[in-house]
Ligand binder design. Structure first.
Ligand code: SF4
Ligand code: SF4
Length: 337
């Protein structure tokens, strides 16, 4: 597998929302450049794009696909596995993870789903199982599970040089836990090495920091264009970005934008694992913005219950631009540009 994994969220509906043909061509281009590892998720709604990209590829079977699900029950896990096999047009899924797990306890809460993934692994329908996370506690939880004899083949943690986005600790705590888990035989592929753009100002230092860690087997990097793929492939081959590549990366800071017509329902606040969103009181009410939604959605006054009007506000320092919150907004007020 290539150490550089293609993070597929960036071209998908939750982020750039490229037209399907264009997105599939970008993915296929990455495969043609030697990236043979792609990260996706049931939540990303992009299996169709990947299937289309695989059809454009000379060796589709040589591409390693990692996906993940929020399933907590056996039925939901079964649906997730069958959806992936059907939509990706694959009999065997290489890596299937539980998505955004937080601790030993959340893994226990998802035990039925995990057991189903392990059954599929026994049958050869899945090759490797594990979990993705923003939490040090989960990595420690995976160590505990392994000590109990439960297989954990792969961990997909958020990890970067400044610890941006790690929900319950810093870089050092995460590194210690990952190092121990890796020494027990679990493969580790990181995410958010550039912290959603916060570390793009020094991309060589940020990526180099992660890649030199002996416990990091691969790193998923979100890429939206052929240019970005070329730049990253060059970096992973020779450890350097050209001046032009570096400048483009530095200028490409994405931000989470919250539209004025946010109705303060709080769904995004509950969804954000990084604690980057909160509701703040506002005096501004634009009745026209609410008009279309009053019959279908709860007004902000009742979402908080104190008679005041709220809007979502983001703490840019905490937001890792994953785009997960955009999917839960009932009025499509959240966008990543
Ligand atoms: S994009 Fe949304 S969900 Fe992701 S870290 Fe930022 S505020 Fe949170
Ligand atoms: S989910 Fe949308 S409407 Fe609700 S608080 Fe967040 S941005 Fe506002």
């Amino acid at each position: 597998m290539s150490r550089l994994a293609l993070g597929s969220l960036t071209v998908s509906p939750l982020q750039a929302a490229l037209p399907e043909k264009e997105a599939a061509e970008v993915i296929a281009y990455a495969f043609s450049c030697g990236i043979n590892f792609i990260d996706t998720a049931q939540y990303y709604s992009n299996y169709g794009l990947i299937r289309r990209a695989l059809k454009l590829t000379s060796d589709p079977e040589g591409i390693v696909i990692s996906t993940k699900t929020y399933a907590y029950s056996k039925n939901l896990a079964e649906e997730a596995v069958e959806e992936a096999r059907r939509e990706l047009d694959r009999d065997v899924i290489d890596i299937f993870l539980l998505h955004e797990q937080e601790s030993y306890e959340t893994m226990k809460g998802h035990a039925e789903a995990y057991e189903y993934l392990l059954e599929c692994r026994e049958k050869g329908i899945i090759r490797a199982v594990g979990a993705s996370t923003h939490h040090v506690s989960l990595v420690k939880g995976l160590i505990r599970l392994k000590n109990e004899g439960i297989p954990v083949d792969i961990c997909h943690p958020l990890y970067n040089m400044k610890g941006f986005g790690i929900a319950d600790g810093g870089e050092k705590e995460m590194a210690e836990a990952l190092s121990e888990l890796h020494s027990m035989g679990t493969g580790i592929f990181g995410m958010k090495a550039l912290a959603g753009g916060h570390l793009s100002i020094s991309p060589e230092e940020a990526l180099g920091f992660v890649l030199e860690k002996p416990f990091i087997d691969a790193v998923a990097v979100g890429m939206q264009s052929r240019e970005e793929i070329d730049a990253n492939v060059r970096f992973f081959r020779n450890g350097r970005f050209s001046k032009t590549d570096r400048k483009k990366l530095q200028n490409k800071k994405r931000v989470l934008h919250i539209e004025d017509f946010c109705i303060g329902c709080g769904a995004c606040v509950r969804r954000c694992a990084s604690g980057a969103l909160r509701l703040t009181e506002t005096d501004e009410i634009n009745p026209a913005a609410y008009g279309d939604f009053t019959s279908d959605f709860t007004l902000p006054v009742s979402s908080v219950g104190d008679g005041k009007v709220y809007r979502a506000e983001a703490d840019d320092g905490k937001c890792v631009r994953c785009g997960y919150c955009t999917r839960v907004c009932p009025v499509f007020a959240l966008k990543i540009y």
